[in-house]
Structure formats: C-alpha cells, structure tokens
Write a protein that binds this ligand. Structure first.
Ligand code: MSP
Length: 506
C-alpha cells in the first residue's frame, strides 16, 4: 500500500471587493499558487484557498457611491477577481465569498463558541475608526488626526460587543516564544511581539451603525466586525463548524497563510487569540510579504498609479509577470515595479538563459540527431557533475518552498540553467557534429535531461512555458512530477519540431 500523501493547506487573504484587483492582490495569489503548484509536484495533498471579503463599511460605502445594492456590487467585483484567477490559471481548489451561506454559518458558529467560553461582552465603543483599513485605532495611535499609516479616521461612538483580547497577551507571547516559526519573516514576528508586549486592549467586534455584515447571533442590531467575519474563511472552507469534518482535521494543522505585511496584526495577533479563545487549533505558519511600489511611488488609488494586472499580462504574458514578481525580490521585502526592470529581467533570465538553452538544444537535436532525444554514450565526469547538480536541485527548491523563500526557489532553478548554458558552450556539440557524433549525442542527452529537471520544477514558477518545454521534450504527462526525476530520461524518443518558448520583449 502506498503511504498517504502529506496534507498542505495554503491560503491567500480574501480580497476586499471595494475595488478591482491590482498588482498587489495578484502578487499574493501568484505566491500562493507557486507554492501550491510546487507542493503538488512534490507529491503533497494540496488545498489552496482564495476568495473575496465582501462585507463591511468600506464595501457598503463603495456600493452606495455607485448607487447599487451591496450584493449586486460585490457580485460584480468578485467576478473580476475570478477573471484574474482564470487569466493566470491559478490552481486554487476553492474560491470563498464571505457572503456564501456556509461561511456565514461558520463565522456565527465561531462567535457562539466565544460566547460559550465567556470571551465576549457588550459595551460601547468610543474611539477612532479607519474605513479604508477597516481598523479601530486608539487615541494614542493617532498622528495629526490620521491613522499611523496616514489614512483618514472618523470618531465612532456606538453600542458594541467586545472580545476579551487583553486576557490573551501572555498566551500569545508564549506562542511566539515556543513556535518561533509561527510568523515569518523575523521582522514581522518582532513587530507583533512588541505590539503585544505594549499591552492589548479588548477588541471591538461588532458594529451597529450600518447593516452590511453577518448578523451577530441573537442580536440583529449588530453586524460582526468585518475582520471577525473574514478571518474564519480559512476554516469555513474546511467544513467548520463541523470540527470532525475530514478536511478540518486533516488540513487545518498544516495551514500556511500568505498575506501582506499590512495585515500581520490581524493574522498574527487577533486570529490566534480568537482561535485559542474558541478552543480551536492554530494554523501552522503565517508569512507576510512586502509591498510593491510603482516606479518608486507608493501605489494608491488617489495618486492614480495602480497597476492593472490585466494590462500588464496583456503586454508581457502571465509567466513573465509571475517570474518577475517572484524572482526579483527576497520574499518578505518591499520592491519596486517598473516595466523597464521587468523587461530586462525577463529578457535576461527567460528569453536568453532558459529560452535560448531550450531552443539551442532542441533545434540542434531535431536537425542533427534524427529528430530525437538521442541515446547517450559513456558519461564523462563533467557530464556526471552537471547531472548530479540538476538532480540535487529539486531538494534545494523544496527546502526553500518549505520556508516560502520564493526568490530562492527561482535562483536554485536558474543556477542550473546557467550551468547548462556554460556546459553547452564548453562542449560545443556543433563542433562535435563534425568530429565525434557519438559524443555529440551524449552531450545533447545530458542537456535534454538537465532541461527536463529544470522544466519539471519550473512548472511551479512559469507553468505555461514549462509545460511547452516538457511537450517539446516529449515527456509523457504522467512523468512530470518530482518523483519521475528518480528515473533517467529516456533516450531514443522522437521529439516534435521545437518552437520558441519565451519571445524577447522589445
Ligand atoms: N480583506 C482583507 C484581508 C482579509 S483576510 C482574512 C484585505 N484585503 S485587501 O484586498 O485590501 O488586500 C489583500 C492583500 O493585498 C493584502 O495581503 C495586501 O498586503 C496586498 N496588497 C495590497 N497592495 C499591495 C501592494 N502594493 N504590494 C503588495 N501587496 C499588496 O486586506
């Protein structure tokens, strides 16, 4: 009997539908999709969740501004996110909407657990609120009449329910102490540690001055605070409130949340506190990535410099955008988006390094090796060294994937691409064609096998091009996962006439 596949659960934040997708929201999903694809290639049983966050004051105000009902408004914008998913062919196996009936039930069940555990009380909220951040701010956080990040705040005074967050400070600090890998990168862990050490107030978790939200159980005058409605999406998708649901038991302890640095407090402080207070298990890890600026400027609707992912893909292609976003910054840090840097990076790494390698090898084999991946002769030490490096690469990529080091995943693959190009230049199969065709065939075989390694693993990063390369190498579809690399490449197999995989961007 084969051993059961190890579960892996990866999530993106669910996106607010007050505005269309932009490059930042596409980035988070690209990162999660890359990890999901890699883990599937690596034999894991993967669940990958994304979706839309559809309640709250921000969305209600956006709908009112357009003169449509919130429900109609959210349906339209949520579709834009689904279109983006289709465009990139993201491999999420579910798309959750917080207006889904099963999610509402799940969020209310979490609330009831908190009530049963005496974690909620009713009082009055008096303080600042930023609709844009959907966040409450203390008086001492306000700088020149604004939130610390510069967003507008309004004074709110309304009856509210509160979660006894203040009681959970010690447990949270214990959690960070005992599981230093719970939050990454380290800088974000430090950030939330010092936030918790600074003292926690109880958290206002309901609103009563508008209606667009999940009703608080047994009190129809209140809707749940949008974050308390949104965070449980990660468990609604696994069958919660049924704690015996197969998916909940199997996948929840393996959960990895990918999110942006701006929402680390919600995921790293409020979410684990809510789960502990409800007596539920915690996810395994959170990874907070950095923010993209546009040509050096903060991206904002008011500056009118948002980057439309549909336009960028139209201009450059999905694999190109994925590769650029993943490889050009150490995952976790901020980075700057510019079309020029994208072009330079894509031309260098995709068109020149990988694209040319594949084109050179396969068109040469097609023309001068009977249109086949040839059978190899005896291997030299140089051949063996290169094949060994290629064979070791998937394990290195796995190590990086395990800690969400997406840029290092790219680096490990592209190092082999560079090695293969240097090997080809040194071995000169075009010269061998005249002097030693047997050796020429061996060199081509070695190169084809290295390309197979690269393309199999690169399916996680540049899925469309990697698939084309594997088609051109005539690798059967059931031999495109990482364990297939345990078997040698089969020689003596016909290959189709090769076509370029990465056109140069001019
Ligand atoms: N709805 C909440 C998340 C709830 S999860 C239970 C939310 N939504 S959002 O649409 O505003 O943002 C979603 C993600 O996009 C966040 O992870 C955020 O960091 C990311 N980004 C938004 N702008 C970004 C950049 N300019 N660069 C990189 N990521 C950015 O927050």
């Amino acid at each position: 009997m084969s051993t059961p596949k190890k579960p892996y659960y990866i999530t993106t934040p669910i996106y607010y539908v007050n505005a269309k997708p932009h490059i930042g929201t596409a980035y988070t999903t690209i990162a999660a999709d890359t990890l999901a694809r890699f883990m599937r290639l690596d034999g894991r049983d993967v669940k990958f969740l994304t979706g839309t966050d559809e309640h709250g004051q921000k969305v209600e105000q956006a709908a009112l501004k357009q003169g449509v009902t919130p429900q109609k408004f959210v349906n339209d914008i949520s579709q834009e996110f689904q279109k983006l998913n289709d465009l990139f062919e993201f491999t999420n196996d579910a798309f959750i909407k917080t207006t889904d009936a099963h999610h509402k039930k799940s969020a209310q069940a979490l609330w009831m657990k908190l009530v049963e555990n005496d974690q909620i009380y009713k009082s009055t909220y008096k303080g600042w609120y930023s609709v844009r951040d959907e966040q409450f701010y203390n008086e001492d956080e306000i700088v020149d009449g604004k939130a610390p990040n510069g967003t507008e705040v309004t004074w709110v005074e309304e009856p509210s329910y509160f979660f006894k967050l203040s009681k959970w400070a010690d447990k949270l600090l214990e959690l960070y102490e005992n599981n230093p890998d719970f939050v990454a990168p380290q800088s974000r862990l430090n950030e939330i540690k010092s936030f918790v050490k600074g003292g926690l107030n109880d958290l206002c978790i309901s609103r009563s001055s508008f209606k667009w939200g999940i009703p608080v159980p047994n009190d129809p005058d209140h809707v749940m605070y949008v974050w308390v409605d949104a965070l449980p999406n990660y468990i609604s998708n696994l069958g919660f409130p049924d704690e015996n649901a197969e998916d909940f038991k199997r996948f929840w302890p393996e959960a990895i949340h990918i999110l942006g640095k701006d929402i680390i407090r919600f995921h790293g402080v409020y979410w684990p506190a809510l789960l502990m207070a409800a007596g539920l298990p915690l996810p395994k890890r959170l990874f907070a990535h950095g923010w993209w600026t546009n040509e050096g400027q903060k991206i904002s609707k008011s500056l009118g410099n948002t980057i439309d992912p549909f336009e960028i893909v139209d201009e450059f292609g999905t694999d190109e955008v994925r590769y650029f976003l993943l490889s050009s910054v150490s995952f976790g840090r901020d980075a700057d988006f510019s079309k020029d840097t994208l072009k330079t990076k894509v031309n260098a790494d995709l068109a020149n390094d990988l694209g040319n390698l594949v084109q050179r090898v396969l068109s040469f084999a097609h023309k001068h090796a009977d249109g086949q991946i040839p059978l190899p002769g005896e291997l030299t030490n140089t051949d063996k060294a290169l094949l060994k490096k290629a064979a070791e690469m998937p394990a290195q990529v796995r190590e990086h994937a395990n800690v969400q080091a997406l840029h290092k995943m790219c680096e490990a693959i592209w190092t082999i691409v560079g090695d293969a190009n240097r090997y080809m230049d040194k071995e000169e199969p075009w010269a061998l064609r005249k002097t030693d065709t047997k050796r020429m065939k061996t060199v081509l075989y070695v190169l084809a096998d290295v390309i197979r390694h690269v393309a199999i693993v690169a399916q996680a990063i540049v899925p469309k091009a990697a698939t084309k390369i594997l088609d051109q190498l005539a690798i059967p579809e059931d031999q495109r996962d990482i364990t297939s690399l345990d078997s040698p490449l089969q020689g003596g197999v016909d290959i189709p006439k090769p076509e370029g995989v990465f056109p140069r961007i001019t």
